[in-house]
Write a protein that binds this ligand. Sequence first.
Ligand SMILES: Cc1cc2nc3c(=O)[nH]c(=O)nc-3n(C[C@H](O)[C@H](O)[C@H](O)COP(=O)(O)O)c2cc1C
Length: 236
Amino acid sequence: MPVVSFALGDPGELVARVQAAGARALVMVTTVAEALRAAELGADAVIAQGAEAGGHRSTFAIAPGDEPPTVGALALVPQVADAVAAPVVAAGGIMDGRGVVAALALGAAGVQLGTRFLLARESGATPAYRRRLLAATEADTVVTRAFTGRPARGLRNRLTEEHRRAGAEPLAWPLQGLAAADILREGLARDDADLFPLLAGQGLRLQRGEQGAAEIVEELVRGATDLLARLGARAG
Ligand SMILES: Cc1cc2nc3c(=O)[nH]c(=O)nc-3n(C[C@H](O)[C@H](O)[C@H](O)COP(=O)(O)O)c2cc1C
């Protein structure tokens, strides 16, 4: 079954169009109000994106100068699960079997991971990006509009820090990214990790060395299954 996953905004009538074309529509949200809107649109599943998550914040609408809501997954997932009938997928800071089991305990039916896959062999992360990831800790990310004009979580680097120090109001999405395109292109060409976005979430100390994506999925399933069995044995 094909799936279309919407992020970064209210997908409106696109949900029904995707479903009419025979696909499932997933909608990523960062608050209960957005989850209720996704349910009203008939989303097949709602992805609850906690503030820990790497990449762009999936907040539907952010007024210029406003801060996006930053509700952590521990608080967001159960409140979204209580609010909507559709299955909830938890995202943000899930890196191993413990995170998967925690998400299930909070009422999620599934999980979505980004950061854990950045070091995968199949990942497009450049060598310099990988080195920064391996050296980073949970305290090394920021939510910034410097990359594209929309808030995104990534590793602190020269790009994020000079933008912050300059105090310049970022241009609106997608103009900020277009305005910075020559810097980002040159940064990537030189693989200079100070000059392009290093999107990443907060679970950084839970990264493992290079693995295949399938290997990571198997490890997550095995870790969660073993932990559930241990917890069951303790409860029994
Ligand atoms: C490098 C990177 C790129 C991402 N790109 C997308 C994207 O194109 N579309 C999307 O829906 N989510 C994207 N995400 C967000 C993830 O889907 C997810 O919400 C997030 O990674 C979960 O948190 P985690 O990074 O702590 O696992 C991206 C995340 C990362 C780290």
